[in-house]
Design a protein around this ligand. Structure first.
Ligand SMILES: [Zn+2]
Length: 251
């Protein structure tokens, strides 16, 4: 065997290892790189936020609807569908309006429920649970529905909010392309901010149609996610909340 080739091969292997090692030695990102990150990069790095571009709302809704209508026509055309058919010709516009105005309407921070809270004049200091809040969301990996129930609870520190406001907060975060884990955390964070307390919890039990109707096609399975803040981290408090969720009125 030619010794020169063996020598070159060995040198090459050492070089490859050194390159890999050097990669681990380097900090992932230096301060300058961090400062130069765009807003969307920052959002992507924060798992709690929906990853949005900084210019997400520069374009008016009407223009978004027009663009999505055109693109959805292309999708349908590519699938081989006849867009002159009476039943299909209105679909691209219908889908575009539904995306922007309805099922993804919660991307727009202007639609966030406001904090019209009022004082806790009854001095109610026990746990308040709003359970079985219907969740209709959309999986951001497959754009298929997520359907389920959210259960939200808090201890008042002097403020209470209207009960329907909890349903609105759930609905606001559900109306986005979502992952259930993020949605659960977003609901808790929002309530913590508006109630001025860490003592907030949320449990979501939902079916993902991307699991139930395609892929593994498991009709029965559902996904449970939970986020327990403040006093809800205490095992007894957590258990009390879970007991309320399971409690039926006719029992
Ligand atoms: Zn999915």
């Amino acid at each position: 065997m030619n010794l020169n080739i063996v020598y070159l091969e060995t040198l090459l292997i050492i070089l490859i290892y050194l390159t890999k090692f050097a990669h681990f030695m380097k900090p992932i990102m230096d301060q300058e790189q961090l400062e130069n990150l765009s807003d969307s990069d920052r959002n992507l790095s924060n798992a709690g936020d929906t990853p949005m571009r900084a210019d997400a709302f520069d374009m008016p809704d009407d223009q978004k609807i027009k663009i999505i209508e055109e693109k959805f026509s292309e999708i349908m055309f590519t699938l081989g569908l006849d867009l002159t058919d009476d039943s299909l010709k209105g679909t691209p516009k219908r889908v575009a309006k539904m995306f922007v105005k309805e099922i993804f309407g919660g991307l727009d921070p202007k639609k966030a429920p406001t904090s019209s809270d009022f004082e806790n004049k009854y001095n109610y200091s026990e746990m308040l649970v709003e359970k079985d809040i219907t969740v209709y969301s959309t999986c951001e990996h497959h754009f298929l529905p997520i359907v389920g129930k959210a259960h939200v609870a808090y201890f008042s520190n002097g403020h209470v909010i209207g009960l329907s406001k909890m349903n609105r907060i759930v609905d606001y975060y559900a109306k986005r392309p979502q992952v259930q884990e993020r949605m659960t955390m977003q609901i808790v964070k929002h309530l913590q901010k508006y109630l001025g307390t860490d003592d907030v919890a949320c449990v979501i039990d939902a079916k993902h149609l991307c699991v139930n109707s395609r892929g593994i096609r498991d009709i029965q399975s559902s996904t449970v996610t939970s986020e327990f803040g403040g006093r809800f981290k205490d095992a007894a408090v957590k258990q009390e909340f879970l007991d309320y969720i399971l409690m039926k009125l006719d029992q």
